[in-house]
Write a protein that binds this ligand. Structure first.
Ligand SMILES: [Zn+2]
Length: 682
């Protein structure tokens, strides 16, 4: 559907709904103020066609777990509640769909589309007359009347995830059933939340109400139905006060110091990841009040200062747990933080969230799954020198000690179902539309954008790149005739100076850390080239340790691995990984003082849009070699490598081997065993 069609469609829907929903008295009330304009608008999930390594990644997911979880995972497979059965009617089926549906659209895969469509159709076709939807309740399955009011329903939470699925379904298809369906459900929520609040059945709903609010305001932008703003206020009031937590600072400090069970749901990493979006989502309805956007700025900064790890995520094992490299991060926390940052970017336009998203996507995310996306860890550890069962250094060790091993179900199965949205939504958020009816390339990866500019003019932009492994991104613009539109580009903060060329001729240079706009009349076959020079640098982490970085990638010491397969009756197959080479090295002070002068970057020449799989040690396209010296006292203890201190003068004071050795560092995302935060030695 073109933008013009969409606009007239929206006008039609808006008129119809306004007539249908408003009593005569309400019609006299002046229309509510519109929501604040979006900084960037999401595109339809099918507008971006992944190419190169990104297509390979998504195809691996489609061919394995993402495309087949409903066949292999008994909880989803057997008598599924979201298809009318007595099986899973809670979060895991919507979690899976929240990733599988965009993968189906990104790959234009008919078989996967048909598969996910069954669940969408069942939900749309089985809405109760009251507006309630979802799996049949216990009472309904026992032959009772359909849910008519709040107390007869079940937990609000799984419906929040399904709303995200239905929103994406609408963005991809403009299915005429979706907006009236959501309108009826939100009317039901408005009528029932006062007596049956979010926290009626579970604290998951209370902590995650921001995701519910996100879809309410999205629907308001489609229909303009005024009651949605009233519902928005109610949801905000009933949700965990993330604005006060993020903006107020005591919460994040307390979480760094204290890991008791008191209010643990407010420190649970996945809840925090989802709660991040609440202030900026709510800010849409209160654009004159700067406190909401400021709360996320303050909160994100504090979170990463007190709990941040080199791979771009905060500790979440399961709760916030400080910044030592022995802490873990749950896979759900990664994918939910990515989604919150994708939304924060659209709502605020602030580059800090886009740079943070890139760091997580290209470092933390690929490290936590196997090549075929079938086995994953519940918690990854930053300095992960072995992968094994045990208590390790986590706030929540489950009884089987399976949090750190790779397996399809090891630890807890939320991640088994939720991990699919990570790459899928990163791909659907590579590009956004701009308010000036142009396009913005805000994350870089090989893809082809097929969309419209200036409302109706079709444009195709081929993004040819080996990014994040290569430092050049080419945009080839295909149009029927010359057309003026703005094309915005993110220049990451890590880049000192970006170079832009047009058809091979220098166009401009700019400092990193900003979004620039190239506004001109584009001609068919125009080629815009963006060069983002990647210098080797180091960053500081806990106990004054150092991490090697280059461009968007963080580098970690390569460790030889020995994989062992085992199984446990309760949690199935799992893999342990033992180190076969030493890992207890410090980084010489000379490397820290002059990283570029004391490292060698070895880069395979990758053809643009090369379609290999690169997120493993054997295929890593870029390696960095440098020197290091061993610290004999640095040994494994209780399954982790407790970080030696680099004191404030910058050099470890204990015994260090005399011999200097050559060390190889891999992109963090290509590792399973690694040391990423190194002590500094003489
Ligand atoms: Zn999880």
């Amino acid at each position: 559907m073109t933008n013009v069609c969409l606009r007239s469609f929206r006008r039609g829907i808006r008129g119809a709904l306004a007539l249908a929903l408003l009593s005569p008295a309400a019609r006299a009330v002046p229309p509510p103020p519109p929501l604040a304009p979006l900084a960037y608008q999401e595109l339809a999930p099918g507008a971006i066609r992944p190419d190169g390594w990104l297509r390979r990644q998504l195809e691996a997911m489609r061919d394995h777990t993402t495309g087949h979880l409903d066949e292999t995972y008994p909880k989803l497979r057997d008598d599924n509640g979201w298809l009318g059965g007595a099986g899973d009617g809670w979060e895991e089926t919507p979690y899976w769909l929240d990733g599988a549906l965009p993968v189906a659209h990104l790959l234009h895969d008919k078989a996967l589309l048909a598969k996910v469509q069954r669940y969408v159709n069942w939900s749309l076709a089985h809405q109760r007359p009251s507006g309630y939807f979802g799996a049949l309740t216990k009472a309904e399955r026992a032959g009772g009347a359909s849910v008519a009011a709040g107390p007869q329903g079940e937990d609000w939470w799984p419906r929040m995830v399904m709303l995200k699925v239905l929103q994406q379904h609408y963005q991809a298809t403009h299915d005429a059933r979706v907006l009236p369906f959501m309108t009826r459900y939100f009317q039901y929520q408005l009528q029932n939340l006062k007596t049956t609040p979010l926290g009626q059945w579970s604290e998951w709903s209370t902590t995650r109400g921001g995701d519910n609010l996100l879809v309410v305001y999205w629907l308001y932008r489609q229909t303009g139905a005024p009651f949605l703003l009233e519902l928005g206020e109610l949801l905000y009031q009933q949700t965990t006060p993330w604005t006060a937590y993020l903006g107020g600072r005591d919460w994040v400090m307390d979480a760094a110091a204290n890991q008791t069970g008191a209010h643990w749901m407010d420190r649970h990493g996945v809840n925090v990841a989802m709660g991040l979006k609440l202030p900026v989502v709510y800010a849409q309805a209160h654009p004159a009040d700067p406190q909401y956007n400021q709360a996320l700025r303050t909160g994100w900064h504090d979170l990463m200062t007190l709990h941040g790890l080199p791979h771009g995520m905060f500790s979440a094992d399961e709760d916030l747990h400080g910044n030592l490299p022995t802490q873990g991060t749950e896979l759900c926390a990664i994918v939910e933080t990515m989604f919150s940052l994708e939304q924060a970017a659209a709502l605020t336009g602030e580059i800090a969230y886009l740079d943070a998203l890139e760091r997580i996507a290209y470092n933390a995310l690929p490290a936590q799954t196997t090549d075929d996306y079938t086995d994953r860890q519940y918690f990854q550890v930053a300095n992960q020198v072995q992968v094994a069962r045990g208590v390790l250094d986590f706030t929540l060790p489950f009884d089987h000690g399976m949090n750190n091993v790779f397996g399809p179900y090891a630890g807890y199965t939320c991640c088994t179902a939720n991990m699919h949205q990570g790459w899928a939504k990163f791909a659907t958020h590579l590009w956004y539309a701009t308010p000036a009816q142009g396009v913005a390339a805000l994350e870089y990866a090989p893809n082809t954008l097929v969309t419209t500019v200036n409302g109706t003019v079709p444009v195709t932009i081929r993004e040819e790149t080996a990014y994040p492994f290569g430092d050049q991104v080419d945009f080839v613009v295909e149009l029927k005739k010359p057309t003026a539109f703005p094309l915005a580009l993110r220049l990451p903060a890590w880049c000192a100076e970006a170079i832009v060329l047009l058809n091979g001729q220098p166009l401009r240079t700019d400092w990193g850390g900003q979004i620039i706009t190239v506004a001109r009349t584009w001609r068919p076959h125009d080629r815009l080239t963006l060069r983002l020079p990647m210098a080797v640098r180091t960053s500081n982490w806990a106990r004054n340790s150092r991490t090697l970085e280059r461009g968007p990638l963080v580098y970690a010491l390569k460790i030889q691995e020995q994989w062992q397969e085992s199984s446990l009756p309760e949690e199935g197959r799992y893999f342990t990984i033992l180190p076969l080479s030493p890992w207890n090295y410090g980084l010489p002070r000379a490397v820290v003082d002059d990283p570029a002068g004391h490292t060698s970057v070895i880069s395979k020449t990758l053809a643009t849009n090369t379609n290999g799989f690169y997120w493993n040690a054997a295929n890593a396209p870029v390696t960095i070699t440098t020197t290091g010296r061993r610290i004999p006292a640095w040994q494994l203890s209780a399954g982790v490598a407790p970080q030696p201190v680099t004191p404030r003068d910058g050099v470890y004071k204990g015994p260090v081997d005399a011999a200097t050795e050559t060390l190889t560092f891999l992109p963090y995302g290509c590792t399973k065993l690694r040391v990423v935060a190194l002590p500094v030695v003489p």
